[in-house]
Design a protein around this ligand. Structure first.
Ligand code: ZN
Length: 134
């Protein structure tokens, strides 16, 4: 199940800034969550804002002829086109087919890299200045 790049192309058409900003957001891993439901033509996700401590919830409804018929985003431009929406579309194009490839790998566990085990202390190292809080 491929995700057409045309959703992104159509969404960004005539707005170079939108395509540039969304490209850099995808490159910087600003798409934190991406869910695609092909049956409902529904895309949902979370895109990190330029400010580090914020992220926006984005929903998109895909229509015929590779268009986006409905979209929402939490940001100030959320009612209009914003690069968060565009980022999700681009992310979908770049990653939906990859997900299929990964699914086929899982059927061959031998090709998976060995699991690295870590102790609880390695995962959650104690804070170094704990004594000073007592
Ligand atoms: Zn937005």
């Amino acid at each position: 199940m491929a995700f057409s790049v045309l959703y992104w192309v159509n969404f960004c058409s005539g707005t170079k800034k939108l395509s540039q900003k969304s490209e850099s957001a995808v490159k910087s891993d600003h798409v934190l969550k991406f869910i695609y439901d092909p049956e409902l033509s529904h895309v949902e996700g979370r895109v990190q804002a330029s400010m580090r401590d914020r992220s926006y919830h984005v929903t998109l409804t895909l229509g015929e002829n590779d268009t986006v018929i409905d979209s929402k985003c939490d940001c100030v431009n959320g009612q209009d086109k914003c690069h968060h929406k565009a980022s999700l579309l681009l992310y979908g194009y770049k990653n939906v087919s990859k997900t299929d490839v990964r699914a086929s790998w899982i059927q061959h566990p031998k090709s998976r890299p060995p699991k690295k085990t870590m102790t609880m202390e390695e995962l959650f190292p104690p804070p170094p200045k704990l004594a000073t809080y007592r």
